[in-house]
Design a protein around this ligand. Structure first.
Ligand code: NAD
Length: 277
């Protein structure tokens, strides 16, 4: 009898996370989600996948046309979306993103800090000030600014989930340069710090660490070294195949969802075992 009682107590404790059929619920339907860098690549795939789960999506990107296009795609499929265009390292654009989500969807439940740029793949000794500052500003300062602006609203609501797109260059030195590698290690610092500081207030922070993935990302100032060409340089290193933007999006949406309610401060490699070597 005692064990029966105990089992009931345990399953009651899980009750709120389950739907009528007893499945774990993603909890994303009707949630307000901001995805940065959502005009292309991993961000675009992530925005579309959130919309498929019934979330409302604010599509933020430097690329205004691309952001509008993704927004229309979501609306055409019956979803709710809004585009905000601008450079996310500009505090005014950061405010426009947060206020846009609140005005359009009434809350800000999930923030995906995904926008990022590559560097010139320079060794530290060859990294000039401009390369360093640009990459740190976009890959590290912009997520800091946006997260800081989103936090008060999540704290008020007593819940929030923040997901970062880190990199395999977050886990070790890589074929990318010093600036990119340092910026992506910095992103992991944000994740860990957030997880420790805010877990008692219902806010989770996690990251995916993608291995080489087929997107439009370009090596800074090397217009011909993009996508497949860049990956060609990396391929010597034990990589079975390239990832797709959709495979990264699936992991991001999982980390954002209530399915991952007990996952906090994690950096999930999505790289077919590349970082395990
Ligand atoms: P992508 O170039 O297709 O997408 C990046 C998007 O970010 C673009 O739409 C771009 O316009 C936007 N963006 C860039 N700077 C911005 C700024 N200042 N303000 C607003 N938007 C800005 O590339 P992707 O591969 O989808 O990159 C997404 C993330 O994945 C990046 O953080 C990148 O570092 C990371 N990543 C990619 C790979 C890969 O192999 N593709 C591997 C590891 C990590």
């Amino acid at each position: 009898a005692f064990f029966g009682w105990l089992l009931t107590r345990i399953s009651n404790a899980h009750y709120q996370l389950e739907d009528e059929e007893g499945r774990m619920a993603t909890g994303l339907a009707g949630r307000s989600v901001v995805v940065t860098g959502a005009a292309s690549g991993i961000g675009r795939a992530t925005a579309l996948r959130f919309a498929h789960e019934g979330a409302h999506v604010l599509v933020a990107d430097l690329n205004a046309d691309g952001a509008e296009q993704v927004t229309r795609e979501i609306e055409d499929a019956g979803g709710k979306a809004r585009a905000v265009a601008g450079d996310l390292s500009d505090p005014q654009v950061v405010d426009a993103v947060v206020n846009g989500a609140l005005a359009s969807f009434g809350s800000l439940d999930v923030l995906v800090n995904n926008a990022g740029v590559m560097d010139r793949m320079s060794a530290l000794g060859e990294t000039d000030d401009a390369e360093w500052e640009r990459v740190i500003r976009i890959n590290l300062t912009a997520p800091f600014l946006l997260t800081r602006a989103a936090l008060p609203h999540m704290l008020d609501a007593g819940r929030g989930s923040i997901v970062f797109t880190a990199s395999e260059a977050s886990l070790r030195g890589s074929a990318a340069g010093a600036a990119y590698t340092a910026s992506k290690h910095g992103v992991v610092g944000l994740v860990k710090s957030l997880a420790v500081m805010y877990r008692k207030q219902g806010i989770r922070a996690n990251a995916v660490a993608p291995g080489p993935t087929t997107t439009g990302i370009k090596v800074d100032a090397l217009p011909d070294a993009h996508g497949p060409a860049l990956v060609g340089q990396l391929i010597g290193a034990n990589i079975g195949r390239l990832g797709s933007a959709q495979e990264q999006a699936a992991a991001i949406v999982f980390l954002a969802s209530d399915d991952a309610a007990f996952v906090n401060g994690a950096v999930l490699p999505v790289d077919d075992g590349w970082s395990a070597v």
